[in-house]
Design a protein around this ligand. Structure first.
Ligand SMILES: [Fe+2]
Length: 156
């Protein structure tokens, strides 16, 4: 989807792809913050430092997503710059999780705990908010409670 976001030039199509990318990234954040990072704090000796680093990565990604939402997709240069930042932030975050978080968790948590954790994260991703725009009415109360995006502008 990142590739589509960087190559698509039609403003409306860009908005649709940006919304889809936002949904995926919010699902990732919600699921990890609900289950993965608490487990890292619980099992890994320096887990707090790792979890705090990943949380600050998520906050940065969320900040870029909020800016992207406010940016006119027809303003190509602004939009492109934000997309480049988003791709760089997400790439470096995923690498950090793969290089630091997951190896530490694998070393310190029992395999049955890891298995259970994987299932919890997967199921949380499936239940996470599916709307990128908090101003739209929530589909369910659970989604409303789970919605974590900041104030967005009203959208048609
Ligand atoms: Fe993450």
């Amino acid at each position: 989807m990142f590739a589509q976001l960087t190559t698509e030039t039609d403003p409306q199509a860009r908005r649709r792809i940006a919304d889809a990318v936002t949904i995926e990234l919010v699902r990732h954040s919600v699921a990890e913050e609900m289950h993965l990072y608490p487990a890292v704090r619980q099992y890994v000796p320096n887990g707090d430092a790792i979890a705090d680093k990943e949380l600050s990565d998520h906050a940065e990604v969320e900040r870029v997503l909020n800016e992207l939402e406010k940016t006119d997709t027809a303003a190509a240069a602004d939009f492109d710059a934000l997309v480049r930042r988003l791709v760089a932030d997400v790439t470096s975050h995923v690498q950090d999780e793969e290089n630091n978080l997951f190896p530490a968790l694998a070393e310190h948590a029992a395999s049955e705990n890891l298995l259970e954790l994987g299932q919890k994260v997967q199921s949380a991703k499936e239940k996470a908010p599916t709307r990128p725009h908090p101003s739209a009415p929530p589909a369910t109360a659970e989604q409303a409670a789970g919605s974590r995006r900041g104030a967005g502008r009203p959208r048609p």
